[in-house]
Design a binder for this molecule. Structure first.
Ligand code: DWN
Ligand code: SAH
Length: 406
């Protein structure tokens, strides 16, 4: 069977399969177990444009809908991060009078609210109706649609072109990225900028953070692949800013070709990607091996703790945990339950492996011996608020950058 690259259309071959996977955010009730949806999670790196991508993508409407389980504002640190992101844009990128800002995937308004409160003309595009509702309630003007070229044309007709087109952890979610970029080309003012940040492929490879790979993450970007994808539409990568968020992300700044000067940082990072082997097939085969080692070490550790009759619970029912649990086939006999602060996930079961998800109060009520930190990307924030767990003798299990107990 041959597959086509979603960006350049050339033939691609999967280099790794994670097996059958459910939706990462498909938390479910026992009545729903028998109809649970699974798909083959396989990944490829296109040898022409080097876009890292899923071979099979579930339909967007199946993942992003009125019961979407992820609310951005569950992390205080991320709220601070997005306030800073918005302040940076306001200060440096909105020089015109009465600027217009568009954000796609604005979720519960975690970033957009900082434009809304300053009465800056803005529009949020958020297909998941429940989270879009929260954004609207916060005063963010948000429509519940999927962004694509057609919607961009409608926005231009109704609001005019945008000074800034923003996104965070959303561009990598959209399989028809070419249509999104074609839309950006039309929506962006001649001197406008596109600023978005997404998990960075080089961090995933270097940390073996394979849990960033799941249904919603259709792509993992690098500068090389972003340059190619936007270059197809005469859009140019002009600047970058590495971010610590989500275990290592990259913020990309893009503009119409020739409209802005290009920062030296872009060239330097492109060189680093080349030196790190992102353009070589063997890098991906090595990554596959590292994932297998990580899986073996994690299963061994959990089985050892089970033999020692230790209590192990999961901390945070993240999307990423769905990949870990299903790839490593970790069931309730190894992890008693997963504690999570999101009401919509509580009382349900984890996708695929059906581990109970319980309110955070249950973690506090009786500390386990070990907590598997599925939200390792929020480690600083969580470790700081869980000092009492630590003081009681509790230990953390981390699987990134390698399986370890701390
Ligand atoms: O790209 C995506 C990122 C931005 O967010 C989406 N596709 C989905 C989601 O990924 P995730 O679920 O892996 O995100 P987080 O932010 O790593 O995890 C959020 C989950 O962790 C929520 O269910 C809340 C929970 N949590 C918790 O229980 N206690 C989070 C924190 C900080 C806590 O202290
Ligand atoms: N920006 C937020 C949310 C990231 S989760 C943050 O960083 O925390 C990804 C979000 O993108 C979801 O809320 C999802 O509904 C939205 N999304 C998915 N496809 C989209 C599309 N085609 N257009 C706009 N938003 C989309």
């Amino acid at each position: 069977m041959s597959y086509k690259c979603l960006i350049c259309g050339k033939n691609i071959e999967p280099f790794m399969s994670f097996g059958q996977m459910p939706f990462a955010n498909g938390f479910l009730t026992p009545e729903e177990f028998k109809n649970e949806y699974f798909f083959g999670l396989e990944v490829a790196s296109c040898s022409v444009c080097r876009m890292f991508q899923l071979i099979e993508q579930p339909a967007p409407e199946k993942m992003f809908h009125g019961d979407y389980a992820f609310f951005s504002s569950t992390s205080n640190r991320m709220a601070v991060h997005f306030k800073e992101f918005a302040e940076n844009i306001k200060k440096n990128k909105l020089k015109n009078k009465d600027p217009f800002v568009v954000e796609i995937g604005c979720n519960d308004g975690i970033m957009l609210e900082h434009f809304a409160k300053d009465r800056i003309r803005h529009l949020g595009i958020e297909p998941s109706l429940n989270v879009a509702k929260v954004a609207n309630e916060k005063g963010c003007r948000t429509i519940s649609k999927f962004f694509n070229e057609e919607l961009a044309e409608e926005i231009v007709k109704e609001h005019g072109q945008a000074d800034a087109f923003l996104g965070a952890n959303v561009m990598c979610h959209i399989a028809n990225l070419n249509s999104v970029i074609a839309g950006i080309k039309k929506l962006l003012k001649p001197e406008g900028v596109v600023v978005f940040e997404e998990p960075y492929l080089l961090d995933v490879i270097e940390k073996t953070s394979y849990d960033q790979i799941y249904d919603e993450h259709v792509f993992l970007f690098s500068l090389g692949s972003i340059k190619y994808a936007f270059g197809q539409y005469d859009l140019e990568l002009i600047d970058i800013e590495p971010q610590k968020t989500h275990g290592g992300s990259m913020r990309y700044v893009i503009a119409h070709k020739g409209s802005h000067s290009i920062s030296d940082k872009v060239l330097r990072q492109l060189k680093k990607e080349e030196q790190s082997g992102l353009n070589k097939d063997e890098t991906y085969l090595k990554f596959k091996k590292n994932c297998e080692i990580s899986r073996r070490d994690l299963i061994n550790l959990l089985q050892k703790l089970k033999k020692e009759k230790k209590r192990v619970v999961g901390y945070a029912a993240t999307s990423k945990s769905t990949t870990i649990l299903n790839y490593c086939r970790i069931t309730k006999d190894l992890i008693e339950f997963i504690s999570d602060t999101t009401p919509i996930k509580q009382g349900k079961y984890s996708p695929g492996m059906h581990i109970p998800v319980k309110p955070y109060a249950e973690f506090k009520a009786k500390y386990p011996d070990y907590a598997f930190l599925f939200a390792w990307n929020h480690a600083e924030e969580i470790m700081e608020k869980e000092k009492a767990y630590r003081d009681s003798g509790g230990q953390w299990i981390l699987h990134v950058p390698k399986v370890q107990v701390i």
